[in-house]
Design a protein around this ligand. Structure first.
Ligand code: GDP
Length: 440
């Protein structure tokens, strides 16, 4: 995420971080570099200029040059300014209605339908909310099908009315259906166009007027840079939406949209999409994003993701097994599956401070666990629960079945034994806490 920008800012600030003596000249030079980095990331010229002016003013105001660690203070000023620009504190969605209606708007291809599914899934996982998805695209039957596919994937009901050509009526019928069937949240997916046009704006405004949603979200593809900002402005002028969803931040996004959008429309970014899968959604936290942009990682989000996957009941069972020496390959497999649910490896590693930069050019295989899973799947239940029965002929059979080699199986066994040993050691006091943090 934002690799290029991160790298350039890192270079710009490097001088200050490492410099023994900091002078007015190298502060000015640094800020010039910071501005260039922002412009290269497709941040609007005026925003970039204001940004560096603000940082400069604060630096002068705080007498940066006379402080003990001027370099670090400058980094902090840049971070604070980035955070402020992206919107201060994180904001949730308004779920005060009964049901709460969330209207999705945005251009075709922005990721609206995908995000509708992600949000439904996100709310459903909060356990107290029973969402309903409503398909209001009356022009593209494929869009309705897509929402049904998404709904099925995440186990959320989808309301549609294929014969109906009036999106306002469909949205209203969907909300009535939700009321009658005890849904807490209604997410209304609407039709987009390839570009902003009057007809689409009229249609979404009419739906907006008729259903009076608690929350109107504008979805935009972050890859489109300044265009994203312009589209946001056009939608906001008509809809006065409540928040922005930035999608496709997993791609080669330069970052301009994330940095500029808030100050142009004065609406917060509420969520980000970081992949095509249903769990690739994150609540947007400006300060954490600033940390990421400056290569400081995002440990808080990493721990939160681990906690989301953490199942107390499962953890207790696992602890008992470890204590009784019954930890087997089935448990190992379910641990791997939990880690995989947290997101792609590159994404996870990118949240560790410094790792993003170090791993920039490393090709991380998201299927790193594929061989391990294949090996375990080729084992019999007995072999999984009592790995000590694995003799040479069994290993040969498993290697053949899983398309791996005996060597790989030996390696896995070694890892497994090490992990079992470590877990046993961690059973005492502080170890238990650590296990919980690891989601196991
Ligand atoms: P809509 O026309 O606005 O409903 O857009 P879709 O939801 O159909 O998304 C358009 C394309 O973008 C699809 O191929 C999605 O899989 C993809 N997509 C959506 N969100 C993301 C995201 O966060 N990351 C990536 N990489 N792709 C996404």
């Amino acid at each position: 995420m934002f690799d290029n920008l991160s790298e350039k800012l890192d270079k710009a600030l490097h001088v200050l971080k490492g410099h023994g003596q900091i002078t007015e000249i190298n502060v000015a030079e640094t800020l010039k570099e910071v501005r260039r980095a922002l412009l290269d990331a497709d941040v609007n010229f005026k925003i970039a200029k204001d940004f560096t002016n603000n940082v400069k003013e604060k630096a002068l105001g705080q007498n940066v040059l006379t402080t003990l660690q001027p370099g670090q203070l400058m980094v902090k000023l840049v971070k604070d300014e980035l955070t402020e620009l992206m919107g201060g504190d994180a904001e949730g969605v308004n779920l005060s209605g009964n049901p709460s209606v969330i209207l999705m708007s945005g251009l075709q291809g922005s990721g609206k339908t995908t995000f509708s599914g992600k949000l439904a899934n996100f709310l459903k996982n909060k356990k107290t909310k029973k969402p309903l998805l409503v398909a209001c695209d009356v022009y593209r039957p494929a869009a309705v099908d897509q929402l049904h596919v998404v709904g099925e994937q995440i186990g959320v009901e989808v309301f549609s009315d294929r014969g109906n050509t009036n999106p306002v009526a469909i949205a209203q019928a969907g909300i009535a259906h939700a009321k009658a069937n005890g849904h807490h949240v209604v997410i209304v997916d609407t039709a987009g166009r390839l570009a902003v046009d009057e007809e689409m704006m009229n249609e979404i405004s009419e739906i907006h007027k008729a259903i009076k949603p608690e929350e109107t979200l504008f979805v935009v593809d972050a890859m489109t840079g300044q265009d994203a900002v312009n589209t946001a402005k056009a939608f906001n002028d008509r809809l006065d939406f409540d928040g922005v969803v930035l999608t496709k931040l997993d791609g080669d996004t330069r970052g301009g949209a994330a940095i500029s959008i808030k100050s142009v429309v004065n609406k917060p970014i509420k969520f980000i999409g970081t992949g095509e899968k249903m769990d690739a959604i994150d609540v947007f936290h400006p300060s954490r994003m600033a940390d990421r942009i400056l290569g400081m990682g995002d440990v808080v989000s990493l721990v939160e993701r681990a906690q989301e996957q953490y199942d107390e009941e499962e953890a207790r069972k696992l602890q008992k097994k470890i204590a009784k020496n019954q930890f087997g390959f089935d448990d190992f497999l379910s641990q791997i599956q939990q880690i995989k649910k947290m997101g792609s490896m590159k994404d996870l590693l990118g949240m560790i401070p410094g790792a993003g930069k170090a791993l920039k050019d490393v090709d991380i295989d998201d299927d790193a666990f594929k061989h391990i899973e294949a090996i375990i799947h080729s084992m019999t239940p007995e072999e999984r629960s009592t790995p000590s029965v694995l003799n040479a002929s069994r290993k040969k059979r498993i290697a053949k079945g899983s398309g791996t080699s005996v060597q790989e199986i030996n390696q896995l066994l070694k890892q497994f034994n090490q992990m079992s040993k470590m877990m046993k050691m961690m059973q005492g006091g502080s170890g238990r806490k650590m296990m919980q943090m690891m989601g196991g």
